[in-house]
Design a protein around this ligand. Sequence first.
Ligand code: PLP
Length: 362
Amino acid sequence: MSVHRVFNFSSGPAVLPLPVLEEAQRDLLALPGVGMSAMEVSHRSKAFDEILNGATARMRSIARIPDQYKILFLQGGASLQFSMVPMNLLTPGTTADYIVTGDWGKKALKEARKVGATSVAATTEDGNFTRVPSQSELQLTPGAAYVHMTANNTIHGTEWHQAPDSGNVPLVCDASSNILSGPIDVAKYGVIYAGAQKNLGPSGVTVVIIREDLLARSAETLPAMLNYRVQAEGGSRYNTPPAFGIYVLGLTLKWLEGIGGLAAIDAINARKAATLYAELDRTAFWTAHADVESRSRMNVTFRLPSEEIEKHFVKESTAAGLDGLKGHRSVGGLRASIYNAFPEDGITALVQFMQEFERTYG
Ligand SMILES: *Cc1c(COP(=O)(O)O)cnc(C)c1O
């Protein structure tokens, strides 16, 4: 049976690799050697041990995560991390620095303010978040509890191409929309977290990579489910984990490893983004939202000469099998989310569509 799949430019949940969906489909009724679905298996069983340990080991090897970091699979999305980070790490008498580069960073800061003292180390909101700040713009608090940053700004389409230097202060990174999109030096960070539904798998799983020494900060009085130390000691199984999501995430990591890991996906992502930005830069009909040096490789945001023309673009591109190109309401315009699993064919199709569209409306 042949199935029609559109090119899915959604910002999240987003496209998954076809081989991952095919394997999940093939084994849906019975995992080989297990005789039941990954949805039905006990989270304390040997079969699930293999799924969880396999995903953890692959994550560690693909991203070269040092031994002194724990890898947790939690629930509640990246948004719960906005609260868990300060609840666990912002100890009384200390201040957390926030670098605000978009709406998600603003939300993270808002949650932290409910927990303790915060300081805005930099914000690029004045210019409508078209860029990330330079190192010299950062006003870091000496001895801060941590510095929080957003690696890729999903809504505005900007990205850090080099991590900021936080000195001895742990850097906490929301990497929801660019995790494993290229090589990463995990040792530069205290915590990296990501909702899975953009670059890793289905929604419902959140990955937290945390340096072990930071677990000592988690107070006994925290609710157990919100306590990193409890979650780490429980090996992500303090309670029932999102088992099927972890299974699909494991398949996605296997796919990534199979195509050559982070070096390979880095080259693919560079090529995809370069092709699309080249088209945006070709004529004045298109205007990219982000400043050139801060352009995201994952979320390409752009405007057309009028909102009227943008409406035509959304309608006609959808009809042409290019789905999910409408921009986020806070930026307007268009957004092409082209995460790891987004196929290069889809970039070619979009560029062709753009050229025809410009002939009609330009
Ligand atoms: C999508 C996204 C979030 C929110 O993720 P949820 O899992 O829905 O809570 C947070 N930060 C960034 C950078 C995102 O792209």
